[in-house]
Structures are given as C-alpha cells and as structure tokens.
Design a protein around this ligand. Sequence first.
Ligand SMILES: [Zn+2]
Length: 234
Amino acid sequence: MPLLGAAAGIFAAAGSLAYAVRGRSSAVFAPSVYRGDRKRRALALTFDDGPSEATPALLEILAQHQVPATFFMCGANVRRHPKVAREVISAGHEPGNHSDSHPRFDFRSPEFIYGEIALAQETIVQTTGAAPKFFRAPYGVRWFGLRRAQERLGLMGVMWTVLGRDWKWPSNRVAHLLLHRASNGAIFCLHDGRETLRAPDIRATLEAVEYVVPKLKERGFEFETVSRILCPRN
Ligand SMILES: [Zn+2]
C-alpha cells in the first residue's frame, strides 16, 4: 500500500504519527472529542471493555448514588453477557461502541476496521435495543479508514480527559487521580471489563468510584452521560 506508506512517512517525518494515532485530541484519522463544555460543572463517567461478570456490582454502586454513565462495550463481551448488557441499558445508562474484539487498528485495513465496529454496533443494538452514538477506539488507536467507518455508522469518536489507570493501579491511587484531575466537562475513562479475560478483577474501579462520586458531588459536580455532557440541550 504505497499511499498508506507515504502518508505514514509524512507523519513520521513530522514526528507526529504517534500523536495522530493515539493523541486524545487528534482528529487526523477521524473526528473525536475528549471533553465537554468547560463552563458547566459536569463530569462524565465512562466504562470500557465490558460488559463482564463484574458489571452488576458497578451498576449497584451507580444506582446507590443515582449517577448515570456511559459504557463502551465490546461486541464479543455483549454476546458473552447479553443479560448484563441489557441491565446496563435498563438502569438508564448509555451504550457506546468499543469495537467487537478490541484489536489495535494501526496497520489494519479499512475493511477490517469497519467490520469490527459494524459487528459491535449490530450486536449491541440487537441485544439491548439501544444504538450507540459514540465510538471509543481500543487503546485509543485511530487509523486510516476509521473516519469513513464512523461516518457510515453515524458514530462520533470519544476519547477521554482523564485516563483512570484502574486496570493497573490500586483504588486509592485511582481515586486520588480522579479527584485531582476533575474539572468542568471532564470525561473519565475507567473499565468494567477486560477485552479478553473473563471474570476480571475490577475491585480498584469499584472502590474508586464509590469513594470519589460523593466527594465530587460535594464539590458541586453533576454526573452526566456522554450525550448530555457533549450536548446539554438534548
Ligand atoms: Zn478498551
């Protein structure tokens, strides 16, 4: 693919291929957003890589605090846990598309990229009855063909303002990060599953969410879905 090679060469020469592919504010490969309005005292919690066996425990915590969230689901995990996926939607949360099998998109073909996202979209719609409007790229990696795939499926790309690192850090460190980095319009990225493993350990996520939500409410933040934080009038 000489064209792809040439374009990649230009980015690499400019020292910006890494940014174009993974930068949270990069729109080189496809339009995406990474935060809401800085004037509104609102935050969005997003959870990636589920649904999993552990998701119901998270739903319980969110229900206790009456906080809506957005769940970027993998199609393969929705097929593994269709009942949990439906519980997420019936609890009032918003679905997002996080690809089907959570591959890295760099150096993959446009057909592959479209196929991954389309299969996840179809699985989520058929299982839950709710159609995602947002797409989050696995590992935050965007690539050629993603723009067209998002257009065809009517999806807006969503990155994050704060990456929670809840898959590798203890809960107190995750909580500290979230409290420290909370700001108007911030989109937090956390995880209620793992792309491949079953029965993931998400205790750090659960403990961090349980600890920070009341604290952030005390500081005047409202919790919103991604739809709402990006488009408050809708
Ligand atoms: Zn992911």
